[in-house]
Ligand binder design. Structure first.
Ligand code: 5GP
Ligand code: ZN
Length: 121
């Protein structure tokens, strides 16, 4: 995919619009490259989405040169968990594609906690 195509997709992308401040969000944590905000339809008492500010369509869209950004996403999730007081643990989830039930094509990590979560699958 060329850079132009990626930019066109990012134009309408709901998470890019949140990053640009065109749509409201409940921000939990932010750095230069990463934003964390509350999921609009939480499935746990704490349900926060951690995203790169750069548009990456999903974990499948990440490249070698995104390695440090991917690390920052994980560390951001750790910060969110601490800030939200998830001292008894939490779960980090990345959904990819149809079988993964990914619904927003902008890479995001779910931080889920605040109750004992069900088994995976
Ligand atoms: P996915 O299923 O792609 O892994 O997760 C996408 C998540 O984004 C869903 O949990 C959904 O509730 C959340 N979401 C979709 N649109 C918005 C929005 O406009 N604002 C917020 N805060 N969350 C959203
Ligand atoms: Zn986007």
């Amino acid at each position: 995919m060329g850079e132009g195509a990626s930019k066109d997709m990012a134009e309408d992308c709901v998470f890019c619009r949140i990053v640009r401040g065109e749509l409201p969000s409940q921000k939990v944590w932010e750095s230069d490259k990463v934003l964390a905000f509350r999921d609009i339809h939480p499935v746990a008492p704490v349900h926060v989405l951690v995203i790169p500010k750069e548009h990456i369509a999903g974990i499948e869209g990440a490249r070698e040169d995104h390695a440090s950004l991917l690390g920052e996403l994980l560390l951001a999730a750790q910060n969110v968990a601490e800030k939200e007081g998830l001292k008894d643990g939490y779960r980090l989830v990345i959904n990819q594609g149809t079988h993964g039930r990914q619904t927003v094509a902008h890479l995001h990590l779910h931080v889920l906690g605040g109750r004992l979560l069900g088994a995976m699958g």
